[in-house]
Design a binder for this molecule. Structure first.
Ligand code: SAM
Length: 333
């Protein structure tokens, strides 16, 4: 089939699933200070709210990546893909940026198989439907995988002789702390063949005021997105969070080198979560961290590549040099 969507073993029923919602919420709300991982934000509606963020004119992971891909699509198309090309996109979302590259590959006479992987079912279904209406009958084939990054990689890598090009865009890797990122990249390298390529979006450290403005937008898109975490927990786990009792703000933390997004409880309150049969207390102005986005020095990125089994072929920058997308090649490990 030219275009297909595959739902990998249902996320909620895998015992050791790293994306188990109830266990994650229990752990995150039992900690001091409270914090929850940002993947909780991504279901169909959360994905739509995130797409609004990607339209913000000073949000670097969107603005800069679009610019870099548009200006460098030929550089990527020129990489040696002897036996054809399989483009794997981790956390593809709406897949718009990969779409620019795929269209260019087709226009320059190359064929490709595209494999977007995402936990958001609606995003993958919409993406494959859009590709089908645009590229039916072309040299592009696509398999959209609904599931976790590594569930997706396990189900495809090694099954094809095509050269793999892995895209990991939207600064999604930057949601992980340095150790998790290192482990993630080493694990990714272990799934790939010698000579496969990886292109990752890294937001570089910049003026803290620019960062503040990027993550505290005047439209309130970030606030809407982060508050949605409470809706998601209310619906999925039978909780009684009152969204109006929380406000959101992001700030740069100089010690962790990351922008951290917080929901502040505006009053003393308790929240009951039925699925956990447990009540959680929030003091007035206590915080719940919902997102973290690391900002990098270039030396850190080089060191990440080196220690996880990749060599840098080229580094692609936006015109302001505030963002970098290195092209890495899998080396001998
Ligand atoms: C920050 S968004 C980036 C979306 C898109 N790549 C872009 O550049 O706009 C992160 C994406 O990763 C997906 N995601 C988060 N955790 C995931 C996981 N463990 N496995 C698969 N997809 C995941 C989310 O659903 C979301 O679509």
């Amino acid at each position: 089939m030219q275009f297909e969507t595959i739902k990998l073993s249902t996320l909620d029923t895998i015992k050791s699933n790293p994306l188990d919602l109830s266990q994650t919420v229990l752990e995150g709300l039992s900690k001091t200070p409270k914090s929850l991982p940002s993947w909780i934000l991504f279901d169909d509606h959360g994905g739509e709210l995130f797409n609004k963020i990607t339209t913000l004119e000073n949000y670097p992971p969107s603005v800069c990546e679009f610019e870099i891909i548009k200006n460098n699509r030929q550089v990527i198309a020129d990489l040696p893909f002897e036996n054809g090309l399989q483009v794997i996109e981790l956390g593809a979302g709406d897949g718009e940026k990969a779409g620019i590259l795929l269209e260019h590959l087709l226009q320059t006479g190359q064929s490709a198989h595209y494999v977007p992987i995402d936990i958001t079912e609606g995003a993958i279904r919409a993406l494959i439907k859009g590709l089908e209406s645009k590229f039916e009958g072309s040299a592009l084939t696509a398999s959209g995988l609904i599931g976790d990054f590594f569930q997706g990689l396990d189900s495809i890598v090694g099954k094809s002789k095509q050269r793999n090009l892995v895209l990991f865009l939207g600064a999604t890797l930057g949601n992980m702390d340095y150790t998790s990122m290192q482990n993630f990249l080493s694990r990714l390298r272990g799934k790939l063949h010698l000579g496969d390529y990886v292109v990752i979006g890294f937001d570089l450290m910049k003026h803290p005021k620019l960062l503040y403005n990027a993550y505290n937008d005047s439209h309130g898109y970030f606030e809407e997105f982060n508050l949605y975490m409470l809706d998601r927990i209310n619906t999925a786990l039978g909780a009684n969070f009152k969204k109006e009792n929380f406000v959101q703000q992001a700030q740069y933390n100089k010690d962790t080198h990351s922008i951290e997004s917080y929901l502040f409880s505006i009053c003393d309150q308790s929240v009951f979560i039925s699925a956990l049969e447990k009540e959680f207390h929030f003091k007035a102005w206590e915080t719940l961290q919902t997102e973290r986005s690391y900002k990098y020095a270039e030396s850190e990125i080089d060191s990440l590549a080196e220690h996880s089994g990749f060599e840098t072929i080229e580094s692609l920058y936006d015109s302001k040099q505030e963002y970098v997308m290195p092209i890495w090649r899998a080396k001998n490990i």
